[in-house]
Design a protein around this ligand. Structure first.
Ligand SMILES: Nc1ncnc2c1ncn2[C@@H]1O[C@H](COP(=O)(O)OP(=O)(O)O)[C@@H](O)[C@H]1O
Ligand SMILES: O=c1ccn([C@@H]2O[C@H](COP(=O)(O)OP(=O)(O)O)[C@@H](O)[C@H]2O)c(=O)[nH]1
Ligand SMILES: [Mg+2]
Length: 208
């Protein structure tokens, strides 16, 4: 056929994938500012922002057969099965036409991480970790006002527990491999972005 997709992408485990993509995982607790900072990074550095949570919420809205299951898991702050999230991420990567991605809010546990690695063969270039005090994250989530079914105090507490028990081990995994770039995310948006910019700017462009 000689289509663009065929010539620029490769088969991985039977599904088409973007060839040698650059992937940055953007991690941090609920309300740490992942989405906010990703919007800034996109404007400055030409990445495509893929929020796993946004993709899952879009899947609910689309009326997919998994919609009800996803909705129930999000309401309980639980982690949706890896294969569902990974398929949505792979599809979005392919549809973007880009080869640089910020994957926001994924992997959320070690099983997510191992499955993504196994299925896509992608290793992240690095991991941005937004480190924010829980009281600050709670304040932000309670005033987010996006009508999200999980931004209520009961679900927020469950999400914090899942973050500590399941998501922090992913950070530890990448810390041991010197891939984590930790950012103090408890500061105002602009100050946090100054630190983020420093991580994305190549060393030879930085002032001495
Ligand atoms: N540095 C910050 N200081 C204060 N409020 C913030 C900051 N970063 C984000 N917010 C606000 O906090 C809420 C959660 O931010 P968001 O980017 O959605 O976080 P996450 O994707 O990590 O859950 C949003 O209402 C956002 O406008
Ligand atoms: O890879 C993912 C990402 C999100 N979620 C679910 O979606 C919710 C909201 O995730 P999102 O990243 O949007 O929340 P945030 O951290 O930005 O507040 C989570 O609590 C999980 O229930 C999931 O199961 N797997
Ligand atoms: Mg978010």
């Amino acid at each position: 056929m000689g289509s663009v997709v065929e010539s620029t992408n490769k088969e991985v485990n039977g599904s088409v994938a973007v060839k040698n993509p650059t992937v940055v995982f953007v991690l941090g607790g609920p309300g740490s500012g992942k989405g906010t900072q990703c919007t800034n990074i996109v404007q400055h550095f030409g990445y495509t922002h893929l929020s796993a949570g946004d993709l899952l919420r879009a899947e609910i809205k689309s009326g997919s057969e998994n919609g009800t299951m996803i909705q129930n898991m999000i309401k309980e702050g639980k982690i949706v099965p890896s294969e569902v999230t990974i398929k949505l991420l792979q599809r979005a990567m392919l549809e973007s036409g880009n080869d640089k991605f910020l994957i926001d809010g994924f992997p959320r546990n070690e099983e997510n991480r191992a499955a993504f690695e196994e299925v896509t063969k992608i290793e992240p270039a690095f991991v941005l970790f937004f480190d924010c005090p829980e009281e600050e994250m709670e304040r932000r989530l309670l005033s987010r006002n996006q009508g999200r079914e999980d931004d209520n105090i009961e679900t927020i507490r469950k999400r914090f527990k899942v973050f500590l028990e399941s998501s922090l081990p992913v950070i530890e995994h990448y810390t041991a491999r010197e891939k984590v770039r930790k950012i103090d995310a408890g500061r105002p948006v602009e100050e946090v972005f100054e630190s983020v910019k420093a991580v994305f700017t190549p060393k030879d462009e930085k002032a001495d």
